[in-house]
Each structure stands twice: as C-alpha cells, then as structure tokens.
Design a protein. Structure first.
Length: 262
C-alpha cells in the first residue's frame, strides 16, 4: 500500500466512524438537516458527516439557524470545520455568518498496536508516577493543573471528567511527582468504532521535555490494544503534532473550530 493509499484509508475510517452521531454520543442533541446540534450545558457544538449537497442559499440558512439557536440561549456555538470538507468556500460562509476561526489543529491517526510496540518500555519517567484515577478529588487536582498550565479558569473540567468517567468509556491518568499532579491525559474509547481518542497531555512548564507526554501516550496505546481498539486519534496542537508524528502518527487532515459568540 502506498503512503497516499494509507492516508486515504485512514481518512475514510475517520469520516465514517468519528463524525456525525458517533462524535456526539452521550450528549443531548437535535438534528437540523445534515447537521447534529449538540447542547452542552454552557455552549453548542455542530457536527456533521457532510454538508456538500446543499446549495449556497440552503447552506447559509443552515449556518444561520445554528448560530441563532444558541444565541437565543445566550451561548457560543462551535462549528468544527475539517480541511477536506465541501464546499470549499464553507469557511467564508461561516465568517459571513459571524463565526470566527480559532487555532487550527492537525488530525493524527495511528494503529494502536504500532504505537504500543514503538513505545514499549517508554511508560516510565524517573521521579514520576503515572496512575489511573477515578475519584472526583483527582479530577479537581487535574483541573487545578490545567488552570495553571493555561493561565485560565478550567473549573468546568472537573464535571466533564466526572461525566466521562461515569460512562465507563474513558480512562483518566495523572502523572505525579512528589504528590503533585504535573500532567494528565485521558483515553476516550469511542463506542461502536475502532477508535480511541487521546485527549489532554498538558504538562506543567517545569516538567516538560522529560518524556512525560510520551509516557502517557504509551500507557494509553497499550490499554487501547488491550481493549481491542485498532486506531488512535488525536486533534493535535502545533506543539504536540511534531512529537506524535515522530512516534508514527500520520496527519490525515486539519480541523479548525469556527465559533460564534453572541
């Protein structure tokens, strides 16, 4: 199989298995034509497999309805655009409706077994303990660490991690040193798919560059293999993407959140 064929295969699996209803499982939703409107407690999210079949006026009206639905609730809404989405002028139509682009991320995919084999024995870092957690007190400690890393209020994360844990489809890990949470990451096992999503991985500044991020990937890859999930998927920042590509992840597309804030 050529590189182009492999990338096409991975992108097809991503589109078929991770978009639409599978992207929104476990959250209150409603549908509007080809899109799924996700109603999180404090914000909205728009998911879809494709909007390519709509003409310009229909697409503009669809975008406006999502904007207006959440604006009426006083909430922002995110329309998650992928670089291979059609029509090609979709970003311009989103901007015209008042949606603003945020930072672009790279969609990376790898086979779980391949990453687990590459990182075998790399799940240990001197002075650091990696631990699977399930208690709310640990979720609160993760929230405090993330708030420090991003210099922002991440208080919403505690309830989010609690909800994810209660589904039974998320493993949450902390990396600790001298009793302090220095990094955290979680693996989301996507129901009815072959995919495990890798989330988190933020690390306190003074602990970066010591292999903690890589160790957390290793632990989650091994567990994905144990659970029978074929693929790992990451929406990677510009900081994480080069690290993951060196580990064997392949870039299949990019994703950009377009957000309207009333």
């Amino acid at each position: 199989m050529t590189d182009d064929q492999q990338l096409a295969r991975l992108l097809a699996a991503y589109d078929d298995q991770l978009r639409g209803t599978n992207e929104t499982a476990g959250v209150p939703t409603s549908t509007d034509g080809p899109v799924i409107r996700v109603e999180y407690p404090n914000r909205g999210f728009v998911s879809y497999r494709s909007v390519a079949g709509l003409d310009g006026a229909e697409l503009d009206a669809l975008i406006a309805r999502q904007r207006d639905f959440f604006a009426a609730k006083g909430q922002p809404v995110e329309w998650k655009f992928r670089a291979h989405d059609l029509p090609t002028d979709l970003p311009e139509r989103l901007r015209a409706a008042g949606f603003e682009p945020e930072d672009q991320e790279t969609v990376l995919i790898a086979e779980s077994a391949d990453i687990a084999n590459r990182l075998q024995g790399r799940d240990v870092v001197d002075g650091v303990t990696i631990r699977l957690v399930s208690e709310r007190a640990d979720f609160e400690r993760i929230t405090a660490m993330e708030s420090t890393v991003w210099n922002d209020d991440w208080s919403w994360l505690t309830d989010d991690l609690q909800r994810r844990h209660e589904t039974g489809r998320t493993d949450i890990y902390v990396a600790e040193a001298d009793g302090q949470v220095v990094s955290a990451a979680w693996a989301v096992y996507k129901q009815n798919t072959e995919f495990t999503g890798l989330w988190g991985g933020s690390t306190l500044a003074e602990w970066r560059g010591q292999g903690i991020y890589k160790a957390l990937v290793a632990v989650r890859a091994a567990q994905a293999v144990a659970r029978g999930y074929k693929y790992l998927h990451v929406d990677a920042s510009d900081d994480s993407s080069p690290i993951l590509q060196r580990l064997g992840f392949l870039p299949v597309t990019t994703t950009t959140p377009y957000v309207h804030t009333p």
